[in-house]
Design a protein around this ligand. Structure first.
Ligand SMILES: C[S@@+](CC[C@H](N)C(=O)[O-])C[C@H]1O[C@@H](n2cnc3c(N)ncnc32)[C@H](O)[C@@H]1O
Length: 377
């Protein structure tokens, strides 16, 4: 079973008009993020930097000045405004079916979560704001953000993440064949063939697409998954139950894990590092190390935006920090993740970066992995 391909009852039922609008947004985003965006560095050199030099009598130097110079280019300004609008359109195009179909989806989720033959579990911490710095932001403009939680049966955050992810990833994201967990499956086969994970933890699981994929791939393993958002987790739990896979979901901060030392053989996270600040990232790495067993493996997969040939490319990549609610995009891009992993206590010779070709997606991914020393000093 390809668990990201299947339909399930928690997905909103979009009308033909709504699907047509979503396809139009996919096409607009494809255009803006490939052919139009790829010209931004040229726009800097041909229009932006000369205009900046005329205004200031010198070339732009600091990252702030490079950004000012980019905005001297009319074409860059047009791209930036259009890209922001296209990002907002994602949520309009997936929000319409979600809010129209919300009552049915929430009833279906509640029924699956309470089914006597359910395979997994859901543990929430009502009333606790476990990660306020992320909870208060509409990350990538998703309405209400990751921690949206409108009522005790709310699943909107998860529905936004799964259906928005499909449009966001140019029609090749969630629901269209697995990409991110598939990258880790391939890495396990090629680089860690001896590892047989009996207990797996997925950090920052959102709608649970990767968590369900692990449960499907390793049916004898016990799979746990955590996220800060209750609405996200209700959706993920019901989704996993609908797909017939066992995942135990918990509302938890990756930097404050409520699991005993050495509980897991494999700890993974997909696209979570770029959502957390530097201090929390270091604590999350230390926590992942603590809860994995000696000799166990930790894999952080994330977006492939960290390497840029010039300072101008780097500033251009940081657009998401300034205009897309991605609070920690730049922090992630600039981080020395290898140093963080070593400082956390991973075996120094085991800490490695992998440039991962996506499995069924146009994206490429970045991966950093490390093993817990067999004997801790
Ligand atoms: C970009 S999403 C990735 C979701 C999923 N792993 C995937 O790849 O599709 C990042 C997720 O990390 C969660 N998150 C952010 N900060 C977190 C934290 N401190 N602890 C646990 N999860 C966190 C967010 O709520 C969000 O659901």
């Amino acid at each position: 079973m390809r668990v990201r391909d299947v339909q399930h009852p928690i997905l909103p039922r979009a009308t033909a008009d709504e699907l047509a609008r979503q396809r139009a947004v996919v096409n607009l985003r494809k255009l803006l993020n490939s052919r139009v965006r790829s010209q931004n560095v040229r726009r800097f050199h041909e229009e932006g930097a000369p205009a900046f030099a005329e205004r200031h009598g010198r070339q732009p130097q600091s990252p702030d000045e490079i950004e000012q110079a980019l905005f001297e280019s009319v074409d860059y300004r047009l791209w930036s405004a259009a890209n922001r609008s296209a990002q907002e359109m994602i949520w309009v195009s997936v929000g319409e079916p979600i809010f129209r179909d919300r009552a049915r989806m929430q009833a279906a989720a509640a029924e699956l979560a309470a089914a006597p033959d359910r395979k997994g579990s859901l543990t929430l911490r009502p009333g606790e704001d476990i990660s306020p710095e992320v909870a208060g932001t509409d990350v990538h403009l998703q309405p209400g953000g990751y921690a949206r939680d409108d009522s005790e049966d709310d699943v909107v955050a998860g529905a936004f993440y799964e259906t928005g992810g499909n449009v966001f990833s140019f029609g090749q994201g969630a629901g269209k064949g697995d990409s991110k967990a598939g990258v880790v499956f391939r890495l396990l086969e090629t680089d860690f063939p001896e590892l047989v994970p009996n207990r797996i933890l997925d950090l920052g699981c959102s709608a649970g697409a990767a968590s369900a994929a692990y449960a499907d791939r390793f049916p004898d393993a016990q799979v746990h998954a955590i996220d800060i958002g209750a609405g996200m987790l209700r959706y993920a739990h019901a989704r996993a139950e609908a797909l017939g896979v066992a995942v135990h979901f918990h509302q938890m901060d990756a930097a404050d894990l409520r699991f005993a030392d050495g509980s897991f053989d494999l700890v993974v996270s997909h696209n979570m590092l770029h959502e957390i600040g530097a201090e929390k990232r270091r604590r999350a790495m230390a926590e992942a190390l603590r809860v994995v067993r000696p000799g166990g493996l930790v894999i952080f997969q994330d977006v492939d935006t960290r390497f840029a040939p010039t300072e101008v490319h780097k500033v251009e990549k940081n657009w998401d920090t300034r205009f897309n609610g991605e609070l920690f995009w730049k922090t992630y891009n600039d981080a020395d993740l290898l140093a963080d992993m070593r400082a956390a206590g991973f075996a120094a010779d085991s800490v490695r970066e992998h440039a991962a070709e996506a499995v069924s997606n146009i994206n490429r991914w970045y991966v950093v992995s490390g093993r817990k020393p067999e004997q801790q000093a």
